[in-house]
Ligand binder design. Sequence first.
Ligand code: ZN
Length: 132
Amino acid sequence: MLKKVDHIGIAVTSIEPVKQFYREVFGLEPVFEEEVSEQKVRVVGFQVGETRLEYLEPTAEDSPIARFLHKRGEGMHHIALSVTHIQHALEVLKSHGIQLIDEKPRIGAEGKKIAFVHPKSTHGVLIELSEE
Ligand code: ZN
């Protein structure tokens, strides 16, 4: 059911210095950059092997990422795991009593189907499931 670590989400106040860092230090350009209006974030992704590092900048004060930055400052926000069938994965998790944030998949960056699992049920790490 689990395929790989798809990406790691990192909350930042601004993605511009991040882009500059990757360009100057590693000569690396983002593989994508987009605004996900539903989650009120701007996302920039860097491919590192099979995994992407995604930096999330809030676009509004009521963005979940803005609230995260307020409470914890910049840093790791979530780990995304690829699954083959997200709806099936959610049903399996639910049947094991795992607390879900999203009972149904929603659309995330790159138009992928995603769903979040509550960190209370995953030893303190926010887990995102992402359909391949
Ligand atoms: Zn993510």
